[in-house]
Design a protein. Sequence first.
Length: 259
Amino acid sequence: TLGTQTDYRDGEAQTDPYSPEYIVRSGSVPEILTLATLTWGRGLPAGQAEMEIIDRIREKCAWEAALPPMDSPSNIKKRLKMMEAMERKEWAYREEEIDKLQRVQMEVFKKLLQRREEKQNELDAMRLCNQRQKLQKAKEEKIRKIQRDCALMLRKLIAKRKNYMEKLERRDIIKEYNDFSSQTYAPLSRIGFFPDNNSNYYAVKNFYLNTFAGLCELEESVQHYVCQLKSKAPKPKSTTTGFIKRSGRLEAVLAQVHK
């Protein structure tokens, strides 16, 4: 369908190239048969290495065609020398290939060792960072403990210095209540007193004030006249007693004259 054609390309479903059957005539050796070991994905399509192999095969075929026949002792010696030279050339080429493979393997090993060393360095750095944080935290905790102990010892020394004669002193209640920073008004939490812990103790908890049903019951129990508010006008203050302003005295004189 059209949707399938848009989702999948032809290249993704392509199989290996088709190789048709062939028949070799008697007495003929096609050059293409020397490459029968190369298949698609294993040497094909041909690259630089495969082209070198093809050139070597052609050189070897030309060398075999140039070998002298074995019809005389001189030709046999010449043939042996040519074969020894070719064998040395083959061994030199093989040694060169082995050296190339070893160099490639050494490069791969170097990269693997470098990658492993980098990972190990990262792990060591992370481990050192965690250890440093742990030691830093322990150091800060120890410093805080030393500071607390130092403050405690200083308070003890100050209290001991106040009573250096080690005399028993009676409690001065008047002085304690006169000083708003004393233990009576502001007790210290380090002696075991926490005023905020019992703050709910003084809160008023009443059924008639906290619930709607209690408010309704309280309203029914109250007398009806209590709900009716009555206000009386305030009586004017008497102006005959006490201090009277000059305007007030003038008004009283005018009222008396009018009568």
